[in-house]
Design a protein around this ligand. Structure first.
Ligand code: 5AD
Ligand code: SF4
Length: 436
């Protein structure tokens, strides 16, 4: 989501006449986009801002700004931490950035723009010309309030953008060569639950879909030029029968879902206020695997949540095998100010969090290897991204299930097209193959 926000701000600044610097050193304006989800991310952003502001000694006209969740969370306090910071802008005020930069150019300092939790951003959904894959935000904020999470405080209340605005944005992207879109939201299947997104004069669903999100998938999948549609992140309550039917029957919808589980223990899930049990989560996975045998699930897990015992951690471990995750992001619990779980003692030691983190990473490597080996011999449809980062003689792209596929090129291969690749070798995170 932050990558997408940075891109939008960059495009707005370009529209206002600014140009990209070749390197950070050369830039006269640097804006740090921050994340508040864990303390470490905030510390990194503050460290970076400190270094950037120190360069003002030699370059007094250099402008340094802060955007994103940390600006929203800290407000005025951020100027006590970083006195030379020129501006800080909260999560739904990115559209104001070009005018803030102008005000700094005219001599103002320490400008703060925070947003209210339910304001609707007026920033047009600007994109840069970034190739054939694009992010599109469809839902802002989150109403869920998991016990450990700062996101609802900093990103505000759930608001779904009107469907016709989203479809117009994606149609414009497709005309500029975009072939793959990833629809973004904190709990993306909640699309259209809190505010109307479809209107009486919108065309009805051809497939008879009634849920706002399934209707959106149908409409996006029908945009000429779009070959792949992904969305993130999911919540098991959103895995309805209708969504499963939409994902399995509509063309272009990838058989991949990022479905954060956080824990495999019912007691911890309850304390986290996740709104599901282990059994409910696995039921959602089974529905997807049954309807789409090639389905790939990925996840987020938190280790060392307050009071998490060794046995409860082992339940997370076993769930990860049962759910057959293709990839997983593991996070060490970090208390966030003002969240309900911050009132609990952070009683799992850092050493123990590190150990649990490593155990899950090793498990994931083994599981990834085993799952990928099952794909050896199969033909994967690969969206070609370009030359492989590790070996420029090879090309790389992503499969429908979002796995990286590396293959030998032929002169006919072009970026942004989908090609069939037969898999000959597997690694935990990567598939290797040859063009068919
Ligand atoms: N501590 C550690 N990880 C967290 N996440 C969210 N809040 C916290 C926290 N306080 C993780 C969750 C979420 C991902 C984006 O970040 O796993 O899915
Ligand atoms: Fe945070 Fe939970 Fe909302 Fe995800 S669903 S953003 S973890 S409150």
């Amino acid at each position: 989501m932050n990558v997408r926000d940075s891109e939008a701000v960059s495009a707005l600044l370009e529209a206002a006449g600014y140009r990209h610097a070749a390197t950070e050193d050369e830039a006269d304006l640097v804006i740090v986009n921050s994340c508040s989800v864990r303390e470490k991310a905030e510390d990194k952003a503050l460290g970076k801002l400190g270094l950037l502001c120190a360069t003002k000694r030699e370059r007094p006209n250099r402008i340094i700004g802060l955007m994103g969740c940390m600006a929203q969370r800290l407000g005025e306090a951020v100027f006590r931490r970083v006195p030379k910071l020129d501006f800080a802008v909260g999560t739904r005020r990115n559209g104001a950035i070009p005018s803030l930069v102008k005000r700094v150019e005219n001599g103002e300092r320490n400008i703060l723009e925070q947003s209210s939790p339910d304001e609707i951003p007026d920033a047009p959904e600007a994109h840069e010309d970034l190739g054939f894959s694009a992010f599109v935000t469809i839902l802002l904020g989150c109403n869920r309030r998991c016990s450990y999470c700062i996101v609802p405080d900093v990103r505000g209340r759930e608001y779904s953008r009107p469907a016709r605005e989203i479809i117009a944005e994606i149609s414009a992207l497709a005309k500029h060569g975009v072939r793959e879109v990833t629809l973004l939201g904190q709990s993306v299947m909640n699309y259209g639950r809190m505010n109307p997104v479809w209107f009486d004069d919108d065309p009805p669903s051809a497939g008879g879909f009634k849920e706002p999100f399934s209707r959106l998938l149908e409409a996006v999948s029908a945009v000429p030029g779009i070959l792949r549609v992904r969305f993130t992140s999911g919540h098991p309550s959103g895995v309805t029968d209708e969504l499963v039917r939409a994902m399995s029957s509509l063309p272009h919808i990838c058989h991949h879902l990022h479905l954060p589980v956080q824990s495999g223990s019912d007691r911890i899930l309850k304390s986290m206020r996740r709104g599901y049990t282990r059994a409910m989560y696995l039921e959602a996975c089974n529905k997807l695997y049954t309807a789409m045998p090639d389905f790939v699930l990925t996840t987020d897990v938190i280790v060392g949540y307050p009071t998490e015992t060794e046995a409860e951690f082992e339940e997370t471990r076993s769930l990860m095998y049962e759910a057959k995750f293709g990839n997983a992001f593991i996070f060490k619990y970090s208390p966030r100010p003002g969240t309900p779980s911050a009132a609990m003692e952070d009683d799992v030691t850092d050493a123990e969090k590190c150990r649990r983190d490593e155990v899950l990473l090793e498990d994931q490597d083994r599981r990834g290897q085993a799952l990928n080996e099952q794909l050896v011999g199969s033909i994967q449809q690969v969206l070609v991204e370009g030359r492989s980062l590790r070996n420029a003689a090879r090309w790389s792209g992503r499969s429908d299930g979002n796995k990286i596929v590396v293959f030998e090129p032929t002169p006919a291969v072009r970026e942004g097209t989908i090609v069939p690749v037969r898999i000959v070798r597997a690694a935990p995170q990567t598939l290797y193959g040859e063009l068919v």
